[in-house]
Write a protein that binds this ligand. Structure first.
Ligand SMILES: [Zn+2]
Length: 627
């Protein structure tokens, strides 16, 4: 985003190779035909050379009670017969089709004199505007923004504030995303602005060197609580929406430590300034979206003010901050420049998310915000979560990365979390690099090399270049590791890896309890609804089904509260009768009572510790390893 920082790659060959349509001098009839084709949507609208277009956005947030932002986009220097304006189908940072165009209303188009221009839609998210007599096309529309619960991937406007993700509001001019843009924000006089966008000399007017950067800067507008600090002489801003008479100044020192730890790892901070935007709301506990010089994070208001989940708050902050390297700069192909009209694919998403998840914990322990025991427990919980994943033998990290856009109906039984397994595999990978190189190299060196070879040059890496970089740094062949744990679904032999740190994975199991292999949910009338049936369990073999409502066990009435006790009273291995509604039919099924033993995983230091193991712990965890 800054001059020395985010440099969106100048690879627009595909767009530049597209035909440019201007009316040929020699044949008016061609022009007429072209207009017909354009009107029918048969030819993509295109325009004069990119250098000549001047694009200015205006956002009016002065009627907050309506939840309607008013957007206008003025394009000067248009020579073509038409321009296409398209609103993204998704936003980087959240790989799901969101179709922001669904919230657009009252779209209009004008020329430079205010005369209305003709327009029509060529697909669900693209408006084609036919040029008038002058070279200006101005479009204006309203967009409904009332999604506070999902504010990180949407926008919100009400009497308390305005917040937007640019992708949810601003159409791009098709073929001209690389053009510099300005944004004027019209707001209430007592509201201020927090954003990663670059200021101009004019108040409330910002600029971005292209559309990708414009929409990579979420913006909070309102009366938020503000804290500022500097690291390495670079300004950092914190904007918090939702604080109620509460001094949150303590976060400044903690967030500074996160920034400093990352700066030490990468050898400096690659941005002009950085803005942390927090929305403390009464719903979702935590989520965040990364950006190149900012982040937008949701956290539960009560949890924050009571400091009940403060470790989580720091964890999500460290995660999103680390992303400014690992995905915003060190990014796979498809993740910049962006095609906002459709899905982008990579096998490497596990690296972007899993490695970032791993590093969030490392950064917290290295900066002294976590103890080493917290780090051990965090990793042990992830190992446990992956071990319990029903789909762990069915889906690899690369497959999960590719399928990021899909949520199968049977996802509970067929998928894995690339965050969880990716973090565990990242931990194993880091320890293996350290082991093979005698402690001379680590995943830190891989990250620095990726940053220098790809991130700082703004080159997207190819999938195979991750393994090539690991091999180069370690001077060793990690193909088999990759094949087993990244491309494959081999079990993760944790103890083979953590022993180099003098750690052992322990698993303590509770006594066995009755188990049918079902996951359940409470219905509004206090019944037990089956949410999922796990393959290979007695419930699965007996035909228990998703959405069945359990009414009785051995003719004894079941409700949600007594169900666990009733089941636990049954003899393991015995047969019980389950009476249930399957759709609208009353059915009784005989089911064998299986067993399950709840497992508690932990990573514990083994005794005695060798000097090599002590050294490895200090190298990985920093000074916390000796406390
Ligand atoms: Zn992430």
């Amino acid at each position: 985003m800054d001059a020395a920082g985010e440099k969106i790659r100048k690879n627009y060959t595909q767009e530049r190779k597209m035909p440019r349509f201007g009316f040929p001098k020699k044949a008016r009839i061609y022009g007429s035909l072209l207009l017909v084709f354009l009107t029918l949507g048969l030819i993509p609208a295109f325009s004069a050379s990119p250098q000549e277009l001047k694009i200015a956005y205006t956002l009016d947030a002065r009627q907050p009670a309506t939840h309607l932002f008013q957007v206008s986009i003025s394009v000067d220097g248009v020579k073509a017969r038409s321009l296409d304006f398209s609103l993204p189908a998704w936003m980087p940072g959240y790989s799901k089709i969101l179709d922001f165009a669904k919230n657009v209303q009252e779209f209009r188009a004008y020329d430079g004199t205010g005369q209305e221009l003709q327009f029509f839609k060529v697909d669900k998210q693209t408006w084609r505007v036919l040029r008038g007599v002058d070279g200006t096309i101005k479009v204006a529309y309203k967009i409904f923004a009332n999604n506070l619960a999902n504010i990180n991937i949407a926008s919100h406007l009400d009497e308390t504030h305005a917040f937007f993700n640019g992708a949810a509001l601003f159409c791009y001019v098709v073929g001209f995303k690389e053009r510099p843009v300005t944004l004027r924000i019209q707001k209430r006089a007592d509201w201020k602005i927090a954003t990663g966008l670059e200021k101009t000399a004019e108040a409330d007017v910002f600029q971005a060197s292209n559309y990708d950067i414009l929409v990579d800067c979420p913006t909070e507008i309102g009366t938020f609580t503000q804290y500022d600090f500097s690291v390495d002489g670079i300004p950092h801003h914190i904007a918090i929406y939702g604080l109620k008479d509460f001094d949150a100044g303590f976060i400044v020192a903690d967030i500074s430590k996160i920034v400093q730890a990352c700066s030490r790892l990468f050898g400096g901070l690659p941005y002009r300034d950085y803005t942390f935007i927090y929305h403390l709301i009464d719903r979702e506990r935590r989520s965040g979206v990364e950006h190149a010089n900012s982040t937008a994070i949701i956290f539960n208001q009560l949890d924050f003010q009571a400091r009940r989940k403060y470790d989580d708050f720091l964890n999500v902050t460290a995660h999103e901050f680390f992303h400014l390297w690992n995905i915003k700069r060190i990014h796979p192909q498809g993740w910049g420049p962006f095609d906002y009209s459709r899905e982008a694919y990579t096998k490497s998403h596990w690296f972007a998310e899993g490695i970032t998840t791993y590093y969030a914990g490392l950064i917290l322990v290295r900066s002294g915000l976590w103890t080493k025991e917290q780090f051990y427990q965090d990793m042990a919980t992830k190992i446990s979560d992956h071990e319990l994943a029903v789909g762990k033998k069915l889906m690899s990290l690369e497959e999960a990365s590719w399928n990021i856009w899909l949520k199968p109906d049977n996802s509970a039984n067929t998928t894995i979390s690339y965050y969880i397994k990716g973090a565990v595999v990242g931990f194993m990978l880091d320890l293996e690099i350290r082991k093979r190189t005698g402690g001379r190299k680590s995943l830190d060196d891989v990250m620095r090399d990726l940053d220098q070879s790809f991130g700082q040059k703004n080159i997207a890496y190819k999938n195979e270049e991750l393994l090539q970089t690991i091999n180069k740094i370690s001077g060793s062949d990690f193909s088999a590791f990759y094949e087993r744990f990244v491309a494959g679904t081999d079990d993760l032999p944790i103890n083979d890896y953590v022993s180099s740190l003098g750690l052992g994975l322990i698993c303590v199991q509770d006594p066995p309890v009755g188990y049918l292999g079902i996951e359940t949910q409470k219905t509004l009338d206090d019944h037990v609804r089956i949410l999922n049936v796990i393959p290979g369990t007695s419930g699965y073999d007996s035909g228990l089904d998703i959405d069945d409502i359990i009414l009785a066990l051995n003719d004894e009435r079941v409700n949600y509260d007594n169900w666990p006790d009733l089941l636990n009273r049954q003899k393991i291995g015995g047969i019980v009768s389950i009476t249930l509604y399957h759709r609208d039919c009353l059915v009784t099924k005989s089911v064998r009572v299986g067993e399950i033993r709840k497992a508690h995983y932990g990573l514990k230091e083994t005794e005695p510790t060798t000097p090599e193991q002590s050294h490895a712990r200090v190298s990985l965890l920093g000074n916390q390893s000796t406390k």
